[in-house]
Write a protein that binds this ligand. Structure first.
Ligand SMILES: Nc1ncnc2c1ncn2[C@@H]1O[C@H](COP(=O)(O)OP(=O)(O)OP(=O)(O)O)[C@@H](O)[C@H]1O
Ligand SMILES: [Mg+2]
Length: 397
């Protein structure tokens, strides 16, 4: 996928995290690397590098033997979103040079070189790796919608995916929509979309401010032209190990980079839940048409409304509406009575389309575009999108 590139003139070494392999490289900290955060490292360290941990890897090839260099280049080539590599050295073997130049962002600087040449080569690589996701030109005008289920299995993930996919198709722009699965421990969104989750927010520890537009590429998985996904690698401890700051910083940066941000929010409250909800200009609570689900939807919506205290009222969406019910089920009117509020929308039931798409990997709008689910979600999206963003809900409503 072509990425927007920056000019080397736009980038600076200031504050960049540089992993330096080779004791002699420390000498450059007074010259071309002045202002960078220089960390000495070893070739084996590259095998377990977390995405986004470094902005640049510098290797002094003369300081390592051939097997160590080959292992280092192999580790970078097998890594998704590897940092750019600059290899320095004299009489480098042709095979090594070829493998280095095969990396997505890499260069060779033959010794002897001047400090200016080193500086130019580093800045060119940093520019090449510069934002793969450019902040939206509209700045701050992004819209963020949260989707959450009143009960388990109500269809929140399915509806979040369909909403995002409709918005991406309507926008027609590249990377218009970012879908974020906030089920950090065992989110299913990537599996529904047939992608591999890649995000490891726990790696940011206490350094949430390291998340910025230039490293969004290390967090996202492209789904289609207009749609990117942020979904976490399965990790049973994630809700304990991922800091609130990292979650909120990721959301903030996503809103800077995308026109639309759609969140799949787990219904059990986390330390960041209310903050995430308060950044949404619409919140959809997905319910089924059963009495327990409706009662839960009502209680959950009240909890969100009270918790936010901003006047934002979640929209209740009734999912899996069947034209012919099996057994006694509430009608829409009875449902609204139980909810003590109007439902925003209903989404038809279509098990075949939902199951087929999940099995094939991808939105229902892609695999079963004629499904009633797609039509109903389009209606819902058109209605919500045509209303002004309730970013400051106290003034809306
Ligand atoms: N409108 C629909 N018609 C038919 N099946 C649907 C519909 N919406 C969702 N499903 C199916 O219902 C099941 C649960 O959906 P989904 O995983 O989206 O729910 P969820 O609320 O995200 O669940 P969880 O609580 O586990 O996060 C899935 O098998 C999905 O394919
Ligand atoms: Mg889900």
């Amino acid at each position: 996928m072509p990425r927007p590139k920056s000019s080397p003139l736009d980038v600076s070494i200031e504050g960049r995290r540089v992993l330096a392999l080779g004791a002699g490289l420390g000498a450059f900290s007074q010259g071309p690397l002045a202002g960078a955060v220089l960390e000495p490292g070893s070739a084996t360290q590259l095998e377990s590098l977390s995405p986004g941990a470094y902005d640049l890897v510098l290797i002094d090839a003369d300081a390592w033997d051939a097997p160590a260099l080959a292992a280092a280049v192999k580790a970078l080539s097998s890594m998704r979103h590897a940092p750019p590599l600059l290899m320095l050295g004299e009489n480098l073997p042709a095979g090594l040079v070829r493998n280095v130049l095969r990396l997505e962002a890499a260069d060779i600087l033959e010794a002897p070189f001047t400090p200016e040449q080193l500086s130019t080569a580093m800045l060119a690589l940093l520019a090449e790796a510069q934002p793969t996701v450019a902040p939206t030109s509209s700045g701050g005008e992004s819209r963020c919608w949260g989707v959450t289920g009143a009960v388990g299995g109500a269809g929140a993930t399915t509806i979040a995916i369909e909403v995002a996919s409709v918005l991406a198709a309507q926008s027609g722009k590249d990377r218009a929509v970012c879908l974020i699965d906030l089920n950090l421990a065992d989110g299913a969104m990537a599996a529904y979309l047939g992608c591999t989750p890649t995000t490891r927010l726990a790696d940011f520890g206490q350094a949430a401010d390291r998340i910025d537009a230039s490293m969004m590429h290390a967090l996202v998985t492209p789904v289609s032209k207009g749609l990117d996904l942020i979904a976490s690698v399965r990790d049973a401890t994630a809700f304990d190990t991922v800091g609130r700051d990292a979650v909120l910083r990721m959301l903030e940066v996503a809103c800077e980079c995308y026109e639309w941000v759609i969140l799949d929010i787990p219904r059990h409250r986390r330390p960041w839940t209310l903050d995430a909800l308060s950044g949404c200009d619409e919140v959809m609570v997905i319910s089924e048409l059963t009495v327990p689900a409706l009662l839960a939807a009502r209680a959950y919506s009240d909890e969100i409304e009270d918790g936010l205290g901003t006047g934002l009222r979640p929209r209740i969406v009734l999912n899996r509406l069947a034209s012919r019910m099996f057994g006694p089920a509430p009608s829409m009117t009875e449902a609204e009575k139980a909810l003590q509020r109007k439902a925003e929308a209903g989404i038809s039931s279509d098990w075949e389309a939902a199951a087929a798409s999940a099995n094939l990997g991808g939105p229902i709008s892609q695999h079963r575009p004629k499904s009633k689910i797609v039509k109903d979600v389009q209606t819902l999206v058109e209605r919500l999108a045509s209303q002004p963003a309730r970013r400051d809900p106290a003034k809306a409503a």
